[in-house]
Design a protein around this ligand. Sequence first.
Ligand code: AHG
Ligand code: MN
Ligand code: MN
Length: 335
Amino acid sequence: MSQKNQTLGEFIIENQAEFKYSSGELSRLINSIRLAAKVVNHEVNKAGLVDIIGAAGDVNAQGEDQQKLDVYANNKFIQTMTKRNIVCGIASEEEDDFISINSQDEQNQNKYVVLIDPLDGSSNIDVNVSVGTIFSIYRRITPVGTPVTIEDFLQKGDEQVGAGYIIYGTSTMLVYTTGHGVNGFTLNPAIGTFYLSHPEMHFPETGTIYSVNEGNYIHFPQGVKDYIKYCQQEEGDRPYTSRYIGSLVSDFHRNMIKGGIYMYPQSSKYPQGKLRLLYECNPMAFLAEQANGAASDGFGRVMEIEPKELHQRVPLFCGSSKMVQMVENFMSSSV
Ligand code: AHG
Ligand code: MN
Ligand code: MN
């Protein structure tokens, strides 16, 4: 039984048995993410002190400027999982292609692939606003001991065996699920240990916060415009409060605790939406559903979408289940 003040290490060991393919491998994987999270946290927290902020000059797979910390976090997570021989493949928002680990080594019996957004909300780094890391875990579908292929990564969100995020905020938290609810752990920076601080996290069924970049309003589909107007009308518990950090992890985290909806719809600028299905939407959708919330592309469950490519983008409406349902109602009645 989980209990507050348990360490993440203790929690992982105690809950290993409830994982259906229990082999210790997933536990080792979560442990390696925990380790990389601490290292990245240390770096994020000194971003204002050293010359590490600002664009690194590279352009990522989506044509966006990379910040130095994006590169740092990307390298740290990949290194940690690669050097410890934890997984058989990694795909990252910051890499054009997936990485196959020990593909020549027939002894490599690792079964899991990880997809990662190493630093989410990176435009917030320069201004001391919280950022995050998002990860998503699948069992490979190609045979163990062979090099991974694109099919191992292009699995539906419903196939995830684990997902989570790290939020580098006023305190640093690791929040994750392996399909048995969502638990949140807060880092005690003085001793470098994560403690269970938020057991069994749940979205309230409905809420009064909506989070969307309203600067894009005129480019949104009619259903989203109608929903935003609904949020602003005076009736019952409305008007709702608008809160948008511009960091999916942080907006999601707040909404999960307080009740609310996060939206990144399609627009004329981003006809498919901006967020990436595999690195952002699916892991957050898994967490949302495990926390009694919902995640939709406006018409149906995000986790049922059949991925076609690694860096695919989809619209995302995610949060308290009744609010997501309401957006879907507005979307379907406007087409
Ligand atoms: P990333 O920093 O990994 O590119 O992700 C940023 C994402 C998401 O976290 C955030 O909610 C959204 O992009 C913000 O986009 P806008 O600035 O267009 O609102
Ligand atoms: Mn992101
Ligand atoms: Mn990112």
